[in-house]
Each structure stands twice: as C-alpha cells, then as structure tokens.
Ligand binder design. Structure first.
Ligand SMILES: Cc1cc2nc3c(=O)[nH]c(=O)nc-3n(C[C@H](O)[C@H](O)[C@H](O)COP(=O)(O)O)c2cc1C
Length: 216
C-alpha cells in the first residue's frame, strides 16, 4: 500500500493535470482502459433513497466505428436546433437569459449547423444513465460519477471532454431507444474519451485566499 504522503502526491498530480480535452488523436484506446474508467465511475457515490442498489447507474459505450454514431449525430443536431429555438423564444421575456444566454446560444446554433465537434471524431462517446429518485439528486450523482471517470482517464493517459448536452436527451424516445434506456426513468450525462491530441495549459483559477472565507 502506498503511504499517505505518496497517495497525497498522486492525487494532487491527477487533480492538477486533469483537463477538458477537445481534440483527440484518431488512435483508439484499448477496451480494458475504458472498462477501468467505467469501473471508477461505478464506484462514485449515488444518491436518492428508493433507487435500486443493483441498477442505479448504467453505462452505454458507443465506439466511433459503431453504426449508432451516425444516428447519435443526427439526434444531437435535431436536439440542438430545438433547444436553441426554445432559448431564443425565452430570451424575449426572461431578463436573466437576455443578459447571459447569448454566447451559449451562439455555440448551440453553430452546433445545429455543423454538428457536435467530437461525435464521430473521438474514439468513444459514453453515456451515463442514473436512475431517478426522490428527492431528485441524479444530476449530482452523475457529476460525481463523471469526475471519478475523468480522474481515472487522466491517470491512464486518456483525455476526456464532457458532453453535457446529453442531459437534454433524457426524454428523447429515439435516443433512449438507441441507448436501451427506458424513457423518463434515468437522467443522463455524457462524455467523449480518447488520447489527447492537444493538451491545454493549466486553466486560470483565482488565488484560493481570494475565494475563501474562514468564519471564526
Ligand atoms: C457541469 C459542467 C458541464 C460541462 N459541459 C461541457 C460540455 O458540454 N462541453 C465541453 O467541452 N466542456 C464542458 N465542461 C467543461 C468546462 O468548460 C471546463 O471544465 C472549464 O472550461 C475548465 O477547464 P478544465 O476542465 O480544463 O479545467 C463542463 C463543465 C461542467 C462542470
């Protein structure tokens, strides 16, 4: 067993070197690596009393070469167009959206025309499905799961990009059928994984002292 000091050093290294990777090499990482990433996700905590202990979380792996990839791309394009129309309509009356939603809407519109940049490019698209419970906490559980997966992927030399638009497809019949999930019973999140082609530099973070209050 590594000592506490060794563990501490390793976890610091992983946390600091994790990045959002948005450009991937075409080389496909081995299936065993992906299974290790999923295992790390399965070990993440889950919430909500009432959800099944056996079936609280499911993973759906769509390799780039799968026949399903083209269908995923089409569903995404449709969803992105639908979502941007909705946001545009809401921006007419909602002051918060009017002020803040512009840049996001711009990105959505671009994706509606060009498709999602890494669907069909990154070697794997992975959807994680979390059973809904009450009180609702499935999106929080998904965040824990994806973070575990992200750190494990980093440890294996893999890159990961969240594709949080996956969340919007939880009630889409075509998508749920494709990933073999009953419509409405699970919340969704997703990511793409592969070997990083471009590794961005350390992103800027504020100084810890500037964002921390100790109430003594
Ligand atoms: C809830 C959440 C959703 C995100 N969704 C996306 C996404 O859909 N696509 C993407 O490229 N990055 C997404 N990101 C990544 C952020 O843009 C990224 O974490 C941030 O720019 C900081 O960069 P870093 O991840 O390299 O530290 C998301 C991050 C969070 C926390």
């Amino acid at each position: 067993m590594p000592t506490n000091t060794e563990c501490n050093k390793i976890i610091d290294q992983l946390i600091e070197s994790r990045r959002s990777i948005r450009k991937f090499k075409s080389e496909v990482p081995p299936r065993e690596n992906i299974e290790q990433v999923l295992q790390a996700g399965l070990l993440a905590p889950y919430a909500s009393p009432g959800v099944s202990q056996e079936d609280f979380r499911r993973f759906i792996v769509i390799p780039r070469e799968s026949k399903a990839t083209a269908q995923v791309a089409t569903v995404f394009k449709r969803q992105v167009k639908y979502w941007s129309k909705n946001i545009e309509a809401q921006m007419e009356t909602d002051e918060f959206l009017k002020k803040h939603a512009g840049p996001f809407l711009g990105r959505l519109k671009m994706m509606g025309e060009q498709g999602l940049p890494n669907i069909g490019k990154a070697p794997y698209y992975i959807v994680v499905a979390e059973q809904r419970g009450f009180p609702p906490a499935e999106q929080l559980s998904l965040a824990h799961c994806l973070q575990n997966m992200w750190l494990k992927a980093t440890a294996l030399g893999l890159g990961m990009q969240l594709l949080s638009i996956t969340e919007q497809l939880d009630k889409d019949k075509e998508f749920c059928d494709l990933i073999r999930i009953p419509v409405g019973e699970y919340a969704l999140d997703g990511c793409v994984i592969g070997y990083p082609d471009i590794r961005p530099p350390m992103p800027k973070r504020p100084n810890l002292n500037e964002v921390t209050e100790w109430i003594t």
